[in-house]
Design a protein around this ligand. Sequence first.
Ligand SMILES: [Zn+2]
Length: 479
Amino acid sequence: MHEIQVHNTLSGKVEPFVPLKGNTVHMYTCGPTVYDFAHIGNFRTFVFQDILRRFLKLRGFELTHVMNLTDVDDRIIANSAAAGVSIREYTEKYVQAFFADCKTLSVQSPEHWIRATENIDSMVELIQRLQKKTYTYDSEGSIYYRIAKFKDYGKLSKVDLSGIQAGARVDNDRYEKESARDFALWKAPKPGEHFWETSLGPGRPGWHIECSAMAMKYLGETIDIHTGGIDLAFPHHENEIAQSEAATGKPFVRYWLHAEHLLVEGEKMSKSLGNFFTLRDLFGKGYKPSALRFALASVPYRRQLNFTFDGLQQATSSVERLRNFAARLKNEKFPAGKRAAMEDRIAKAASDFDAGLSDDLNTAQALAAVFDFVREANIAMDKGEFRQGEVKAAQDLLATFDKVFAVLEDNDGAKLKVLGYGGDEGGPDDAEIEKLVAERQAARQRRDFAESDRIRKELLGRGIILEDTKDGSVRWKRK
Ligand SMILES: [Zn+2]
């Protein structure tokens, strides 16, 4: 096992990862703002944090992981007011869609899903702590954070504060680096907008205070890891630090991990360019969840990911190659015995896999370790050199791989069905396929080739491909 190293945006360096308290990792991930369906750029970040989470668990850490749902922000307030519905009513559809999308992509649930609207009290309390320490000022019913008073302001994003006018402030939750300003902690309601009646007066929280309050409520005042997309480093995470550290006097986050942007066919994804995709857009085009997860996970998180349809096609083949290999291990009969050379080869693949992920989650390196081994083992099998006694170790390697990458199980059809894609095209389930395969085997044994052919054709028509192997067994896979 290798020492785990991660790149910390705060220090700008790759550092050994050691949790603050014993074996438990306290981790916070900025979740989606549920005003629309999440897109594949969002899911690049969510798959990254899932790989991180799964790898830490594989390495024996306990996780206390919080992901929030931002269900109140400028856009939600505006959209729900325009639609004339409550915030809960407006956001619920997107919350449920997000949960379903995560499931489809095998993104594990964190230990705590929390909603901003259920934690308003904690936000009010945190603002009051900041008021007592005079980090705030009021203006027209809103409360602002005075960034000039927090001497470390800018330490995460390295934002240049020269030329910032004292007292210049901003009400929007999202703004550019060039306009670092005093930002709103609490916003006075505009006519027609939803608001909360609190001891601060009527209003609603700013976006940044939400994450500070919820992270500290569930994870304590100093947390191990905070993840998010790189676009959140400023202003959102910078402001989280300013709020939390001003209130507690303690370091807020020990390791900040940020995922780079995703491009589509080399261009920035945008609705106006027509290259904007939600998961559902891609599933509607017939792509599999496992292929999409693989494509998003295969590029190390700190590298820009250029999403292409060629790449997605390659990911589909890669997943298939792994599943075929797993099926060979399960179904074929190899000569008895085992050889030290193959055992060493498997141990090396396992070690290289761990080395890749330990090196700041270098998924490309980890995948190369597994694919190199699979290629060599397939060749050994074709030559009749792979032995039965080597099967278990090879299967263990795949199982370890899949604890992190989670693409081996052939359940894409079932997952798509849940989202309403495929319908009957989702095809027969495993049990029905196994039954038909067994019936076909029986027909072959009694030399009823017309029947065995009929079953093969029936399965093919329903999207199942059969492959007869040399040893007389049958492998099947979904098209
Ligand atoms: Zn956040």
